[in-house]
Design a protein around this ligand. Structure first.
Ligand code: GDG
Length: 473
């Protein structure tokens, strides 16, 4: 029977090493893991990926392989050099900044590129060891752009899908990458290439046309003797899960506790991983401007800002962390009173129930990235609002803005506009909040992660049939 194989850089499980050296395994709560759970845990299907840490012996690798097998996961192990050059290097210092329009941070290092090719090859071998000629393979994200092409050579008849979770940049940005042609050719090994938005899809098609000379007709690209389908599939969240957690006794009692502490305060909530793409420093400056312009809000509004630690050994991230620490210190220093801190800042991660309680108490969720493929926090906030109150202020540069047009949409670099939008949100009448939230919930509930998986898988099967028809014509 044909199988489905999911491939991503990381497996949907967290493997951690304790101080005594022992390893522990816990399922990942990420949206992708939940959405694809219904696929890889069925029949003989499997998920191929890196367990997320370096293992220092073959015995350990065997142990991890055996632990993961019953959960339908097949690990790919990386050496320390591969983790540095393929993952931290080419993936996070070359592709990540380029694709998010931070060209000034992009590093073009041939050693990184060689490692990227070698690790994509390693993944190809791991998938080929699992897959038969008629299997369906669905590859995820920017760490594996070469894999569709490599697999196409190894398994010419396989059905291969590829989905990019981050933006695809405009041609002018993309062309700066010395290995641009190889990257596009790699992606075109797939039968179906998916993006969050039509904008990203258009940028990709434009690069394919200009760099490879392959035109497209309505998203169908002629690549050699194959036709590749390109389309937009905005990813959703597990709506019911977020709504259920929001209704849980634990989230409600945490919410009551926070409300007591923040009595009489309106809350503006901000949640991100530490990253220069998220616009955290710009957001703080916009909040400062709000306080300057509206003294009547002093003592009455709190910015609750959660920053989840990430990549903080990398220089740019260290500097960003320092900038945030400094801004928070300065703004609090300028405005705080004995009984009021305008910004409550937390640099750590929280369990889901606490996150849910924060979504519930927020009057405003301020999601203002400079660039973001989709942004799931915006959708989780919406799913958590069982009271149908609260206002989402959302950057026009997050993929989510294409669907969530009932949010207050802002340009994140326009500080005055962000400050005005915050004010508009904080003073929005209850009936307007209700009508905006109701329509946002309808969209986020309908286009949830399960619908996303189903749509992509169906389109992938269709792209294969179409390919066969075109080949016999
Ligand atoms: C890529 C793209 C695209 C955050 N803090 C905590 C916590 N989180 C969870 C949120 C949310 C997730 O992390 C972050 O959502 P993103 O949308 O930023 O997703 P990423 O996986 O980082 O990024 C992005 C996404 O792929 C999907 O295609 O939207 O644009 O960059 O789920 O809830 N979770 C917990 N504690 C925290 O403190 N438990």
């Amino acid at each position: 029977m044909p199988r489905t194989i999911i491939v991503s850089n990381r497996l949907p499980t967290k493997v951690k090493r304790a101080d005594d050296g022992s390893l522990s395994f816990s399922p990942s709560e990420g949206g992708l893991a939940t959405g694809l759970g219904s696929v890889y845990q069925q029949d003989d299907n499997v998920w191929v990926g890196w367990p997320g840490l370096y293992l220092d012996s073959e015995d350990e690798e065997r142990h991890v392989t055996e632990q993961l097998r019953p959960d339908s996961m097949a690990p790919v192990f990386l050496t320390e050099d591969e983790i540095r050059d393929y993952y931290e290097g080419f993936s996070n210092e070359t592709l990540w900044p380029t694709f998010h329009y931070f060209a000034q941070y992009a590093v073009f290092n041939p050693t990184y590129w060689q490692a990227y090719e070698a690790v994509n090859r390693k993944f190809c071998e791991a998938v080929a060891a699992q897959a038969g000629p008629d299997d369906t393979i669905w590859i995820q994200d920017y760490q594996l752009l070469l894999l569709p092409g490599m697999l196409r050579q190894a398994l010419p008849n396989a059905t291969i899908g590829f989905f990019l979770h981050i933006p695809f940049p405009s041609y002018e940005l993309f062309r700066a990458v010395p290995w641009r042609r190889q990257l596009l050719e790699g992606m075109l090994g797939a039968d179906l290439v998916g993006f969050h938005t039509y904008g990203y899809m258009r940028h990709f098609l434009s690069s394919v046309e200009r760099l490879l000379g392959c035109p497209n007709q309505n998203g169908l690209v002629e690549s050699g003797n194959r036709t590749v389908m390109v389309d937009a599939f905005p990813m959703g969240i597990d709506y019911d899960k977020y709504a259920e957690v929001a209704a849980s006794a634990e989230a409600q009692s945490l919410e009551a506790e926070y409300r007591q502490v923040l009595a009489d305060q309106q809350v503006v909530l901000s949640i991100d991983r530490l990253d220069y793409t998220k616009g955290i420093a710009q957001r703080l400056r916009a909040f400062e401007l709000l306080l300057q312009r509206h003294p009547e809000l002093h003592n009455k509004v709190t910015l609750l800002m959660l920053v989840v630690p990430s990549r903080d050994q990398v220089q740019q991230y260290k500097e960003l962390k320092e900038e945030i620490d400094e801004l928070v210190g300065r703004i609090n220093g300028d405005y705080r009173t004995i009984s009021w801190s305008p910004i409550q800042y937390f640099y750590r991660s929280y369990p889901l129930e606490e996150l849910s309680a924060l979504y519930r108490i927020a009057d405003v969720a301020l999601v203002s990235p400079m660039r973001d493929g989709m942004n799931l926090v915006a959708k989780e906030f919406i799913a958590s609002r069982l009271d149908q109150r609260g206002v989402l202020v959302l950057s026009e540069r997050a993929g989510a803005a294409r669907e969530l047009s009932d949010a207050v949409i802002i340009n994140p670099t326009d500080m005055e506009q962000v400050a005005d939008a915050m004010y508009q949100a904080l003073t929005m009448p209850a009936d307007e909040q209700l009508s905006r939230m109701t329509s946002l919930q309808t969209i986020v509930k309908r286009y949830n992660v399960h619908a996303w998986v189903e749509l992509f898988m169906n389109r992938l099967a269709y792209s294969k049939i179409k390919q066969q028809i075109l080949n016999t014509d």
